[in-house]
Ligand binder design. Structure first.
Ligand SMILES: Nc1ccn([C@@H]2O[C@H](COP(=O)(O)OP(=O)(O)OP(=O)(O)O)[C@@H](O)[C@H]2O)c(=O)n1
Ligand SMILES: C[C@](O)(CO)[C@H](O)COP(=O)(O)O
Length: 234
């Protein structure tokens, strides 16, 4: 079933606890200038003219989302997330129009730019199987041994950092993700579920400032990028 080219649903896994951030609050609710990380992320998606719905997967015990201004936006639908990110994404996919395209984007990536979304959406004709935003690796890559010493240098030839959004037809992503999880496959992004099913998603070069806020020092960088983006908008 080919998706209708014009219906785009954003899916935002936001049910994590942010353990690597080490904060009291789940990291998606940490303040970044004038609002929390999740609010910034939702604004980027809600503000894109081609995105008709945003499905947000929340932690079962989430007590913060309802207080966000974005919570009452007509495009927003919430679902209860699962134990892992992939479970949260599947829970959202189960509520999505099966004829649409899904754009899965981490709540923890608040600096997403509109031109990144535009570039990914434009790639549907080149990659009808789906595609992800990604960044070619720039540094020499090392694999460590168990004692934290260099074991080997990994070739960075055709090596990319996977980012989000990751864009796939709802029907095929839902089917492959459910099958991969049932098979016990390790799924850390949507593309790995599609790869598990034998697909070869496209790679679309994304911006370096589309960082995932994971550790405390990422907050300072995210603030810098948001401030720069806001001043560019005037
Ligand atoms: N069961 C989970 C786990 C994660 N996520 C979401 O997936 C995104 C990327 O995951 P990550 O950065 O790992 O967030 P956390 O799992 O919260 O962080 P940590 O691994 O440090 O606990 C985040 O927006 C997070 O909220 C989710 O929806 N459901
Ligand atoms: C989906 C992702 O952001 C792509 O790089 C990444 O896999 C998420 O990993 P996390 O450990 O769940 O943050």
């Amino acid at each position: 079933m080919l998706p209708t080219q014009d219906k785009i649903i954003a899916i935002v896994p936001a049910a994590g606890i942010g353990s690597r951030m080490g904060s009291e609050l789940p990291k998606q609710y940490l303040l970044l200038d004038d609002q929390c990380i999740l609010a910034h992320t939702l604004d980027r998606l809600l503000g894109h003219p081609q995105i008709s719905q945003v499905i947000v997967a929340l932690h079962p015990a989430d007590e913060h989302f309802a207080a966000l201004a974005q919570a009452s936006h007509p495009k927003i639908l919430t679902v209860t997330g699962g134990g892992e990110r992939a479970d949260s994404v599947l829970a959202a996919l189960n509520r999505a129009d099966e004829h649409a395209w899904a754009l899965v984007h981490d709540a923890a990536r608040p600096c997403l730019a509109a031109d990144d979304i535009d570039r990914l959406l434009a790639a549907r004709s080149e990659f009808p199987q789906g595609a992800i935003l990604a960044m070619p690796v720039r540094d020499t890559m090392k694999r460590a041994d168990p004692k934290g010493r260099i074991q080997t240098t990994v070739s960075r030839e055709r090596l990319w950092h996977a980012l989000t959004p990751q864009m796939f037809p709802v029907a095929s992503l839902r089917s492959h993700l459910a099958a991969a999880l049932s098979a016990g496959a390790l799924i850390t992004d949507e593309a790995s579920a599609m790869e598990w099913a034998g697909e070869a998603p496209g790679l679309v070069v994304g911006r370096a400032d589309n960082i995932k806020v994971t550790h405390p020092d990422d907050l300072r960088l995210a603030r810098l990028f948001l401030t720069r983006a806001n001043s560019a908008l005037g």
